[in-house]
Write a protein that binds this ligand. Structure first.
Ligand code: SF4
Length: 341
């Protein structure tokens, strides 16, 4: 291995890290199972989402879809509704596509077969197959890359270094130990080196240059997006409600919120600004202005949806935010109990 980590040092790192993990690992629901499907669900949810936010979703999702077969036969809208609030919805679609293949052919028996599932990259395939099946593949996510970069004082440390360091006897535990170290001790800005089980072998620490590793990424510039939506409701006359309904745009296959219901982007007469909603998705800062006004005829493709039915639809998160400003939030909370994020 580069940067002078000898086999003897690597053996000690493996031993210390596993010992530390056995003692200090957090009690997380996906660590109490070896069911490969459950581990797959947790790993997909944990991509780009914090552990604390994932826990309730993971538990609800597996209650609703306890097996690959249950997820495979669910309607996509039901799956998206269970995912609502977690964001990055392509993960939910890919997970369902993967579940269809697993329900048909069984869970992959090798890393290569896992990699062939929809939406599964090298990290997820290595994490799932090492944890669930004990296969020796190093899982390298952002946390692991940071730990490696500091241990070796290297700006390029990645998969090859992780493969060499991996504990062959306990690959799943070792992968989780590296992730856990990055998530709880070797933090991006304030690493707690005093509590680190491998401090003796950390080259960046020895050089007094922890802050230099890993090199900071150049942030992608944010893109400002402005959107105008119309809010049209019917069924309320002089304060009395009868079959109250909101005009909505059914899911479109393209655009920012594909496969989700949104408010419509149409022109109204005597339009009046009634709400402003801000929402951020990765590098996009979205500002949505919601107008009310008069509509002379309903444009084709749009439908009035009753308040009762609203809660059954996969609504884009900013639509939930906008409607929450105008309706009782209870009405638009999804059945799964997910809150708008
Ligand atoms: Fe990270 Fe500090 Fe441990 Fe090095 S000693 S791996 S910088 S926590």
């Amino acid at each position: 291995m580069r940067s002078g980590l000898q086999e003897i040092a690597m053996q000690e790192i493996r031993k210390k890290l596993l010992g530390w993990h056995d003692k200090h690992q957090r009690d997380l629901p996906w660590r109490r199972t070896r069911d490969p499907y459950h581990i797959l669900v947790s790993e997909i949810m944990l991509q780009q989402t914090r552990v604390a936010a994932v826990i309730p979703y993971y538990q609800r999702f597996l209650k609703r879809f306890p097996t690959p077969a249950a997820l495979a036969r669910a309607r996509e809208t039901t799956v998206l509704r269970a995912w609502a609030g977690l964001g990055y919805y392509s993960r939910a679609r890919n997970l369902q596509a993967a579940a269809k293949q697993i329900a048909k052919h069984g869970f992959p028996a090798s890393y290569k077969d896992a990699l062939a599932l929809p939406g599964i990259g090298p990290y997820t395939a290595a994490a799932v197959m090492s944890i669930a099946a004990g296969l020796p593949h190093a899982a390298v996510d952002g946390n692991v890359r940071r730990v490696l970069s500091r241990l070796l004082a290297s700006h390029t440390a990645a998969q090859p270094e992780a493969d060499v360091l991996l504990d062959q006897a306990r690959p799943g535990d070792f992968n989780q130990a590296m992730m856990e170290l990055g998530a709880t001790v070797c933090l991006p800005r304030t690493p707690n080196c005093e509590a680190c089980p491998v401090v003796r072998h950390c080259e960046a620490r020895r050089l007094g240059q922890v802050a230099r590793f890993p090199a900071r990424k150049i942030k992608r510039e944010t893109e400002d997006v402005r959107i105008t939506w119309a809010y049209v409701e019917r069924g309320v006359e002089r304060g009395v409600e009868r079959n109250r309904a909101i005009l909505l745009q059914p899911p479109k296959p393209d655009g920012l919120w594909n496969n989700f219901w949104t408010l419509p982007d149409i022109l109204l007469r005597d339009a009046k600004l009634i709400a402003r909603v801000r929402h951020t998705v990765t590098f996009r800062k979205i500002e949505i202005e919601v107008y009310s006004g008069r509509l002379t005829r309903i444009p084709s493709g749009l439908v009035f949806v009753s308040l009762k039915k609203l809660r059954q639809l996969p609504l884009a998160t900013p639509v939930r935010k906008a409607l929450a400003l105008m309706l009782n939030p209870v009405v638009i909370r999804s059945r799964s109990g997910a809150k708008p994020d």
